[in-house]
Design a protein around this ligand. Structure first.
Ligand code: NAD
Length: 353
């Protein structure tokens, strides 16, 4: 039986195993008779299965979504959507597919239904990152927020174990940084804590038993809370570092978040110890950075940036780039502090400050 809830930003948000099979009812509610279904090339089977369920209401599938939403792919997808006279977009996949749906919506105002299959949380934000000529820019526009999110735990159950862990840590990073955000409110703090708790409780079970749908649903509730809070408050040092490492060194998105998170939180715990206390209250111990590092290690997460091909010689340049146009942060970011943080993250050491 699918449970229903309404998110605080006006989206319709539903959770439940098998929910994807209710897609026609959602399309009917939107008044859509020609839904264009989006996926990555790796998730074509999921997209085709969904197209079969959508039946006569499907306008076809577009399966070329890729990481970082390149504008060239978006333009092809918009052209395709117009040529098949699509009247809605259904994105089935992770942040890359949902990003393409948002990019199409920005240009066409078509309503979107998001069916997430990772924990990245893009479905719950009005934020769109796009890449053109190798440069990624981010915008916020209510037009890109999907109208409906269907969290179906059966779909996320196929996420490979390694990606399950890194994607969960990517989501937890939104919540951890929300705890000390300059524009936080009691409501965003509560959401962040709910998100962290959901992963602290659900992820160990999911890692142990990937097909445990109850635990998968719990982690999807965490993904919704973490994604929603990402859309409500500004992010700081951790996200800046991950954008630098992803954008300038082409490091993988979720994996980089997973490695950097304990180190960025250890750094900021010096400036915001009380605000970050919920992290260690939830994960155990008394030190938020160490608590995250221990949790990541116990979940089998990657622990070292050097394992993604980043060379030690790149760390000075990464420090330099990350110090340019800095995001607001709860305490000043110094070159020496940042370089030491990156050294630990690169080598796979426990965080130290
Ligand atoms: P992704 O969407 O790129 O997926 C990674 C790979 O895993 C893809 O090949 C995908 O097809 C596959 N995959 C996804 N779910 C699967 C499943 N259940 N089973 C099997 N394979 C599956 O990865 P992601 O981490 O979800 O998204 C990353 C992108 O999302 C980045 O570009 C990031 O910037 C963006 N993002 C945006 C926001 C936002 O608010 N705008 C938030 C978070 C992430």
């Amino acid at each position: 039986m699918a449970l229903s809830t309404t998110s605080i930003n006006g989206q319709k948000v539903r959770f439940g195993a098998g929910l994807r099979n209710y897609i026609c009812a959602e399309l009917a509610e939107l008044g859509s008779n020609k839904a264009l279904i989006l996926s990555t090339p790796q998730q074509v089977d999921m997209a085709m299965e969904l197209a079969t369920t959508v039946g006569d209401r499907a306008a076809g599938v577009f399966t070329r979504a890729i990481m970082h939403t390149p504008v060239g792919v978006t333009e092809e997808a918009v052209e395709h959507a117009l040529s098949v006279k699509a009247d809605s977009i259904v994105s089935i996949g992770g942040g890359s597919t949902i990003g393409l749906g948002k990019a199409i919506a920005l240009r066409t105002s078509l309503p979107q239904i998001a069916i997430p299959t990772t924990y990245a949380g893009s479905e719950a934000t009005p934020i769109l990152g796009q890449t053109e000529d190798g440069i990624k820019t981010t915008l916020t526009d209510p037009k890109v927020l999907p109208r409906v999110i269907l969290y179906d735990p059966e779909l996320v159950a196929s996420l490979p174990p390694a990606m399950t862990v890194t994607s969960a840590l990517n989501a937890m990073a939104h919540a951890a940084e929300a705890l000390y955000a300059k524009d936080r409110t009691d409501q965003t703090t509560e959401l962040a804590i709910d998100g962290l708790k959901a992963f602290a409780e659900g992820l160990p079970t999911v890692v142990e038993s990937p097909d445990d749908l109850k635990a998968r649903e719990e982690t999807q509730r965490g993904a919704w809370a973490c994604g929603t809070v990402l859309g409500l408050v500004g992010m700081a040092l951790h996200h800046k570092l991950c954008h630098t490492l992803g954008g300038s060194f082409n490091l993988p998105h979720a994996e980089t978040h997973a490695v950097v998170l304990p180190h960025a939180i250890a750094y900021n715990a010096v400036g915001a110890p009380e605000l970050l206390a919920p992290v260690s209250d939830i994960l155990g111990g008394t030190d938020p950075g160490q608590a995250l590092w221990d949790f990541s290690k116990s979940m089998g997460a990657p622990m070292a940036l050097k394992d993604f091909g980043l060379s030690e010689a790149d760390l000075d340049r990464a420090t330099e780039i990350a110090l340019k146009n800095p995001y607001w942060n709860p305490l000043p970011v110094t070159a020496d502090g940042l370089r030491a943080l990156l050294q630990n993250a690169w080598a796979g050491n426990a965080p130290s400050v």
